[in-house]
Design a protein around this ligand. Structure first.
Ligand SMILES: *Cc1c(COP(=O)(O)O)cnc(C)c1O
Length: 416
């Protein structure tokens, strides 16, 4: 992408964009929720579709002049339905958290009981954090992983569901490396008389790319962000069975939002179109192969991987247990070497959220740049050497040079 008008009219911002381009080009991106969108997605986001107001839905708008916008939104809906086999899709949610707020509003009343994955074991803020709307408005009952296997304990979940009789069971995660048993969730929810809600924000691309099982056939409602493995613009969507369509649409608008972001919805259409192509299947498969390769390469270097490995694009590493480095320190040290990742709680973490025992790593971004399994050995080596250098600034600076050299072999879409 070139920015000749920003360069001319706003040199200060131009310089900021250029510095961020350099950071993205020269660093190793291991943040599991991030990706690099295509130039076509960038173009749609920068298009004149941003100029329109279109509260409402295609064919039923509260503003005139929406015939063309209707076509763009319908294109996004059509492609999302094809990609996921959903009965009904709402592409208007501005991001993952507002999408989830709309789902709660569609299915629940304040105070209702929700069974959700414990936040310190892999759940998301919007699954019941006490400072989030979800924790303030609803009665959240957590379920957990088994202490030994570190995999969700479905038998315990069933016991809790039958005892507590929640109105909604929420399956989904931000930091869990194993497949979810969607069908079993549905069976348990049916026994307990609960709605089923899956939040596939992290893994939607791997499901669209046919690598992971989909909850869409089983679940009442499924939400996802569009900017993580799905590799679209920042935003979200909600899929549901036809019988929840009206409740979900009303909850998004006018329940939670006003006018949709039409340029972003158009970029969602572009990204869904890309995900429908056969090379997206190859991409998704490569993301998982890379994650497995990175996880084994780190295990070989003495790092404990939570649950012993990964089925998806991410992994949790117990850096404190393995190497006596806290997650906070690890995040800071590797950033000095040009490697980006996130500190993270591990299941039954003895430490605190702001300085936990673990880190979370993911391969979607590196895979978009073309990295393969064989490159993961190098990534593990650089990461390990950076962590072992800790406060040795000279060594970290020299590792950063290697990181830069490695990264520049892999072009970033949209950056010249
Ligand atoms: C990232 C994520 C979200 C929220 O997305 P935002 O767009 O950051 O609001 C919701 N749920 C899960 C499981 C996520 O991982």
């Amino acid at each position: 992408m070139n920015y000749p008008n920003i360069e001319k009219n706003d040199p200060r911002l131009y310089e900021i964009i250029k510095r961020e381009e350099q950071r993205q080009k020269e660093g190793i991106e291991l943040i599991a929720s991030e990706n690099y969108v295509s130039p076509a997605v960038l173009e749609a986001m920068g298009s004149i579709l941003t100029n329109k107001y279109s509260e409402g839905y295609p064919g039923k708008r509260y503003y005139g002049g929406n015939e063309v916008i209707d076509q763009a939104e319908n294109l996004a809906i059509e492609r999302a339905k094809e990609l996921f086999g959903a009965e009904h899709v709402n592409v208007q949610p501005l991001s993952g958290s507002p999408a989830n707020l709309a789902v709660y509003m569609a299915l629940l009343n304040p105070g209702d009981k929700v069974l959700g994955f414990s936040l310190d074991q892999g759940g998301h803020l919007s699954h019941g954090h006490p400072l989030n709307f979800s924790g303030k408005l609803y009665t959240i009952i957590p379920y957990f992983v088994d202490k030994d296997t570190e995999v969700v304990d479905m038998d315990e979940l069933e016991e809790i569901a039958l005892r507590e009789k929640p109105k909604l069971i929420l399956a989904g995660f931000s930091a869990y490396s194993r497949s979810m048993e969607w069908k079993r969730f549905k069976e348990i929810a049916d026994k307990a008389g609960a709605y089923t809600f899956a939040d596939i924000a992290h893994i939607a691309g791997l499901i669209a790319g046919k690598q992971l099982e989909s909850p869409v056939p089983y679940f009442d409602v499924v939400s996802t962000t569009t900017h993580k493995t799905l590799r679209g613009p920042r935003g979200a969507m909600i899929m549901c069975k036809e019988k929840f369509a009206s409740a979900v649409d009303k909850a998004v608008f006018p329940g939670v939002q006003g006018g949709p972001h039409d340029h972003i919805n158009a970029a969602k259409a572009v990204a869904f179109g890309e995900a429908l192509k056969s090379d997206f299947v190859d991409y998704s498969a490569q993301v998982i192969r890379n994650a497995k390769a990175l996880s084994s390469a780190l295990q070989k270097r003495g790092y404990r991987v939570v649950s012993g490995g990964t089925d998806n694009h991410l992994m949790l590493i117990d850096v404190y247990g393995s190497k006596q480095i806290t997650g906070k320190e690890a995040e800071k040290v590797v950033e000095c070497a040009g490697i980006c990742m996130k500190k993270n709680m591990i299941p039954f973490d003895p430490r605190k959220p702001l300085d936990p025992s673990g880190i979370r790593l993911g391969t979607p971004a590196l895979t978009t740049r073309g990295a393969k399994e064989s490159d993961m050995e190098m990534v593990a080596d650089l990461l390990d050497r950076a962590l072992m250098s800790r406060t040795d600034d000279a060594r970290l600076a020299s590792i950063q040079k290697e990181v830069r050299e490695f990264s520049l072999k892999f072009p970033v879409p949209g950056i010249a």
